[in-house]
Design a protein around this ligand. Structure first.
Ligand code: HEC
Length: 111
């Protein structure tokens, strides 16, 4: 289904409303949505909210600072991997920090 500008506006408004409930600004809301998009790519392999149903490790109990250092390790090649090096190299430092915080916040919410 194609997302029309109208839908985007509704989704955007919903995100800002949601962010409002959390007490964050519109600028932060944008970061949340970008982090959510990045996190969704993780969940395709690591399972919904990082709880893996298969042999790929779960990532739902990794604190944000540790997540950042693991992803940087994959990115630089210091940490051996099959797919994570390639996946992590597609993200900037900022995006890595955002997704680590996003995943950390899911943990705080008990997800
Ligand atoms: C294509 C599938 C795939 C995607 C997408 C993916 N991962 Fe991974 N991830 C793996 C695999 C497989 C491993 C095991 C290391 C390897 O072989 O690359 C792994 C390992 C990890 C580990 C180390 C876990 C541990 O206990 O050692 C972390 C942390 C991690 N991934 C985080 C993420 C994050 C965050 C994202 C999204 C930005 C992500 N992964 C996206 C497949 C994926």
């Amino acid at each position: 289904m194609a997302i029309t500008w109208k839908n985007e506006k509704i989704i955007g408004a919903a995100l800002v409303g949601f962010a409002g409930m959390l007490g964050v600004s519109a600028a932060q809301a944008q970061e949340i949505s970008r982090a959510a998009v990045v996190a969704a790519t993780c969940f395709t392999c690591h399972g919904t909210n990082g709880v893996s149903p298969g042999s790929i490790p779960s990532i739902n109990e990794i604190p944000p600072d540790r997540m950042v250092s693991i992803l940087q390790g994959f990115r630089s090649g210091q940490r051996a991997s099959t797919v994570m090096g390639r996946h992590a190299s597609g993200y900037t430092e900022v995006e890595i920090a955002e997704v680590a915080n996003y995943l950390g916040n899911l943990q705080k919410q008990g997800k």
